[in-house]
Design a protein around this ligand. Structure first.
Ligand code: HGY
Ligand code: MN
Ligand code: MN
Ligand code: MN
Length: 412
């Protein structure tokens, strides 16, 4: 008897409950690393895992695991899950879906098939988005060895709180807590919403991710001279905000010329003193650049940085560039993708192999174990937005495909 979509009627209510753990005021869900909303969500999930009969533990950076022990001594772990943090004003599915569905899938497998051969675990990674601190994949990166815990030192949020301080405040970072690094994972399968329009347009139900784009993220700080907006002639200005605007348009123009699949974004900007009648003395902003080809990504990124330096110099501004994320494009494990494809086909569910333009914990886990991803449709391809939506029947179907994949991996 296969597990089916009907087994996951609890999924939407669980996602609804999780969405309640958010900074108040909305719009959408905001659950940033080590904040109260984040901690409450992790504790809620821990309780839910316990009530499903899973052994629960947190690691030193705050990743949460629920474990169903297997019968084979020393067998490697079959892991599923995703990230609990969100972007600011994000949706209720990005990350949360993979955890909620993973938890219910493992619970259902336990009910129907009992003890697996290999241990089955569901993880709620503490951070993936890079929304609070200038660093992304902190959760999965500490598991894979991409980061060591000490890499959190010298990293500050925009309020000047250090990552270490926030981690301690949330109750983590203690030497008595289990090391985050793992070498016992045999396979990782992450279920996620697509966050794009491919599945919807193609009329397919499941996306089988073959590759994930590479990314570069930078923080740029332009410094000029704050001065009076009424008395400073245009020729005498060193306007950091005008310089930032020129860099942004240059970035956009270059990205248009480069064409798909290159994408480039300035998503965050802070001007100082940010006052209508003062020329901005300092502007800090971010660049997010992505491509599925590492050479193209690097060439484009360096070109943009060179152009930014040129623009800054021509305006007598100083420019400080800080690179804080560099990931290469990653291939998913081809054998695992075949397993996911076979399971979908066996359930009579249409699927499509595809690339992911979003980053995911699976690309980090791919460094230590065979990893793959399943996508379900996102309505109108909208994500990182309060408008993010996937129909319950699609969510449940994805969870059923995940459960049957986990069954094949852990019970076979
Ligand atoms: O792709 C992203 O921006 C996020 O890390 N998922
Ligand atoms: Mn995201
Ligand atoms: Mn995500
Ligand atoms: Mn130009």
């Amino acid at each position: 008897m296969d597990i089916g979509a009907d087994d996951f009627a609890e999924l939407s209510p669980l996602l609804e409950e999780l969405a309640g753990f958010s900074e108040s005021g909305g719009p959408g869900v905001t659950r940033l690393l080590y904040t109260k909303a984040w901690l409450d969500a992790q504790m809620f999930l821990a309780e839910r895992m316990r009530s499903c009969g899973l052994e629960v533990r947190f690691d030193r950076v705050g990743n949460l695991y629920g474990r169903l022990a297997g019968s084979m001594p020393g067998a490697s772990v079959v892991l599923t899950g995703s990230h609990i943090d969100t972007v600011r004003a994000g949706g209720r599915f990005d990350g949360a879906y993979g955890i909620a569905a993973g938890l219910l899938a493992v619970a259902r497998l336990k009910e129907v098939y009992g003890t697996p051969v290999r241990p089955l675990e569901v993880v709620s990674f503490c951070e993936e988005e890079g929304s609070r601190f200038p660093l992304a994949y902190w959760g999965s990166g500490n598991v894979s060895g991409m980061y060591a815990e000490r890499d959190g030192s010298g990293i500050f949020d925009h309020e000047g709180i250090s990552l270490e301080e926030a981690m301690r405040e949330a109750g983590f970072g203690l030497s008595s807590q289990p090391d985050s690094r793992r070498s016992d994972i045999g396979a990782f399968v992450e279920l996620h919403i697509e966050q794009g329009v491919v599945l919807e347009r193609m009329g397919r139900r499941i996306g089988l991710v073959e590759s994930i784009v590479g990314q570069r993220r930078y923080s740029l700080t332009l410094s000029g001279k704050p001065n009076h907006a009424g008395t400073t002639p245009m020729k005498m200005r060193r306007d950091a905000l005008a310089g930032a605007a020129e860099i942004m348009l240059e970035l956009e123009e270059r990205a248009w010329h480069a064409g798909d699949p290159l994408v480039a974004t300035v998503g965050r900007i802070e001007a100082t003193p940010n006052t209508p009648n003062v020329i901005a003395g300092e502007v800090r902003f971010t660049l997010d650049i992505r491509h599925d080809d590492e050479l193209e990504l690097e060439r484009f990124s360096q070109g943009v940085l060179d152009a930014s330096r040129f623009i800054a110099e021509s305006r007598q501004l100083t420019l400080d560039i800080r690179s804080w994320l560099q990931t290469a494009p990653v291939q998913m494990d081809s054998q695992l993708v075949k397993v996911l494809q076979g399971v979908s086909a066996g359930m009579g569910i249409t699927s499509r192999r595809m690339a992911s333009g979003a980053g995911h914990d699976a690309q980090v886990l791919a460094g230590i174990c065979p990893s793959a991803m399943l996508f379900v449709q996102s309505r109108d391809g909208i994500s990182h937005s309060p408008e993010e939506y996937t129909m319950p029947e699609h969510l449940q179907e994805g969870a059923a495909v995940l459960a049957n994949c986990l069954r094949q991996l852990a019970y076979g």
